[in-house]
Structures are given as C-alpha cells and as structure tokens.
Design a protein around this ligand. Structure first.
Ligand code: SF4
Length: 144
C-alpha cells in the first residue's frame, strides 16, 4: 500500500475510534455525545492549526491527505515546534482519546473496538507513515 493510502487509512481508523466513543457516550448520556464530537472536531482543528501549519508537507504533500489540505488554507508558519506547541498538541490528542473512556469502560465490546481501531491507527502511523514523512521537526520522526 502506498504511504498516502496508509496515512488516509490510519486517519480513518482514528476517526472510527472517535465515532465509537461517541456511540458509547450516546447510549448512556445522549446529550454529551454531540458535545464530545464537537470538542473532538475543535481539538483536531487546533492540532492542524498548531502542528500542520509548520509542516513542510502541508498542502498536497500531506501523507494523511486531509489535515494538510486544511492547513494549507491557514497562514503557513516556520521554525521548530516549541515545547508549548508540542505540549498543546499532546494534550489535545490525549483529551480526544481520554474523554470517552469513562463511558467505554462500562461497555466492554465498544471499549475493545475503540482500542483496536485507535491502536491499529497509531501503529500504522508510527511504523508506516512516520518513516516516509519529511517533517524534520516532528518529535515522532525516527532519529537518523
Ligand atoms: S504530514 Fe504534515 S500536514 Fe500532514 S498530517 Fe502530518 S504534520 Fe500535518
């Protein structure tokens, strides 16, 4: 599979995990489900604004296709990522994953599905996407 296809597939798996989290929340607390989805979308947008706008592959070079295209609509930024930017992106991604765990823990099949999707997506990104990425400043980039 080509790297972009893997990147898109991995992002689709992660989006699928967010959908599963939303479904789990909706079964117990229906009002919180759209709130979580909106927060996850906002946090994903924040990650694109903070991280992808500094990536040299934003635009048509993006291995995940979609985030780079969105980042290309925003003003480009240059330079290495600061500790604050890395911390903000990490917190945003952790929040997206952590928030639905409260509801998933009482629904073991959805819990398992969430982590199969998220785990496979993360595995594919680390093993197949990161090695082919030219974002030299990315902290996930394998050391040469
Ligand atoms: S390749 Fe660059 S633009 Fe695409 S998702 Fe990764 S950091 Fe963002």
């Amino acid at each position: 599979m080509k790297t972009v296809a893997v990147g898109v597939f991995a992002l689709t798996l992660l989006a699928g995990a967010v959908i599963i989290g939303t479904v789990a929340i909706s079964f117990v607390s229906p009002l919180y489900a759209p709130a979580y989805l909106a927060v996850a979308a906002l946090l994903s947008g924040a990650v694109i604004a903070v991280f992808c706008t500094k990536c040299p592959m934003r635009g048509e070079g993006c291995i995940h296709f979609f985030p780079g295209r969105v980042a290309a609509l925003l003003p480009a930024r240059r330079g290495k990522y600061t500790a604050v930017e890395i911390a903000a992106v990490s917190v945003a991604l952790l929040l997206i994953a952590a928030v639905p765990q409260y509801w998933l823990l009482s629904q073991i099949q959805l819990f398992a599905l969430f982590w199969v999707l998220a785990g496979t997506g993360i595995f594919l990104i680390l093993r197949r996407v990161c090695p082919g990425c030219d974002n030299a400043c990315c902290p996930l980039r394998p050391k040469e």
